[in-house]
Design a protein around this ligand. Structure first.
Ligand code: NDP
Length: 325
């Protein structure tokens, strides 16, 4: 019997249970996939803890990112066949050896990209794509601030932003993470445990500050992130690793310099098939060209997903992490 990690109630890493799970048969427009690698993401923690309600209720198979091989295709799927290598980013269901998924959500993985790389980069890399190319169109000469620079999204986004010609400033919590981020596109990395990052950004930019701040930390970095922006700069809140930012008055944006603020999600940006295809193609292009390197820094057996969650929440991971089914 195929195995999966299932959650029967929200809680800590201990609620991730490894059990038999029948993937079922692919219906019209669907495919049955055998996963070869599964990506670990902070969104998995939000589904486990209950910060994000379980789509479809319990039991829930978490996991938003994976790569695998097509085993069977359902009716009306004419562009995939058994044996094809695919990868995807969706909301849940990836922590499984096998799954049924809508073919409309997957893309073929090109030669030159391994299954592990694909599993590690679809959600994080397409997030970097839309943040840098669509939420705020980063161009040569822009100065950007990105928190959690040595994280999964961070190491991809840092390289891509550098490739676009930006000056890339990051924050991280240790000397090792700073070194790693600097090897992945970041020009300057502030150790926010030792230095106030607002003062750090002011010093690095000679008081000119940033065009855009990409903030996935949330509660702990708000509202200080706003003080790192130029007048008319853009605050992009795209996650809450330290907890959600508190409600705030719109007039705060006026006081801080007529700022723009947005709270984007990948699944809205890539809801249309043409946007998913363009996003994945742009990601594959920067990886295949060598502009963005995807390295797997941690691997865990799928059954040890609880340990992987502990390490991700405990800030002990860097870059991308893969669960091996
Ligand atoms: P990361 O690998 O970046 O891990 C989170 C990092 O955040 C940690 O390593 C840590 O780095 C930092 N951090 C700061 N405060 C905390 C805290 N209280 N607890 C834990 N970590 C903290 O994770 P991902 O790459 O998977 O995701 C990064 C963020 O991007 C998440 O918030 C996620 O929700 C968001 N995201 C949003 C998407 C969207 O479309 N909106 C899509 C994909 C991801 P340090 O030690 O340096 O502080």
């Amino acid at each position: 019997m195929s195995k999966a990690i299932r959650i029967h109630a929200n809680g800590g890493p201990e609620v991730l249970t490894y059990e038999d799970a029948d993937p079922g048969q692919p219906g019209s427009g669907q495919i049955l996939v055998r996963h070869t690698a599964i990506g670990l993401n902070f969104i998995d923690v939000y589904h486990r803890s209950g910060l994000y309600p379980p789509p479809g209720g319990f039991p829930l198979i978490p996991g938003s990112e994976a790569a695998g091989v097509v085993l069977e295709v359902g009716q009306d799927v004419d562009w995939l066949k058994p044996g094809d290598r695919i990868a995807y980013a969706v909301t849940t269901g990836a922590y499984a050896q096998e799954r049924v998924i809508d073919a409309s959500k997957v893309v073929k993985v090109p030669d030159g990209i391994s299954d592990e790389q694909a599993a590690a980069m679809m959600l994080k890399g397409m997030t970097a794509e839309y943040l840098l190319r669509r939420t705020f169109k980063v161009k040569e000469g822009d100065t950007i601030l990105f928190h959690a620079a040595a994280g999964g999204v961070g190491l991809i986004l840092g390289q891509w932003a550098k490739h676009l010609g930006a000056t890339v400033i990051g924050t991280a919590s240790s000397a090792d993470k700073i070194e790693l981020a600097k090897a992945h596109g970041f020009d300057h990395v502030i150790n926010y445990k030792e230095q106030d990052f607002v003062a750090g950004v002011a010093a690095i930019t000679g008081g000119r500050k940033c065009d855009v701040v990409f903030d996935s930390v949330g509660n702990d970095t708000f509202p200080a992130s706003l003080d790192c922006l130029k007048p008319l700069g853009m605050f992009v809140s795209f996650g809450q690793s330290s907890g959600p930012i508190p409600p705030f008055s719109m007039s705060l944006l006026a006081q801080k310099g007529s700022l723009f603020a947005t709270r984007p999600t990948l699944f809205v940006y890539n809801a249309k098939r043409e946007d998913l295809d363009a996003s994945a193609a742009a990601l594959f292009e920067v990886v295949l060209s060598g502009a963005v390197e995807i390295k797997i820094n941690q691997r865990y057996a799928l059954k040890d997903a609880g340990k992987a969650h502990q390490d991700l929440e405990g800030r002990r991971t860097t870059g991308t992490t893969v669960l091996v089914p």
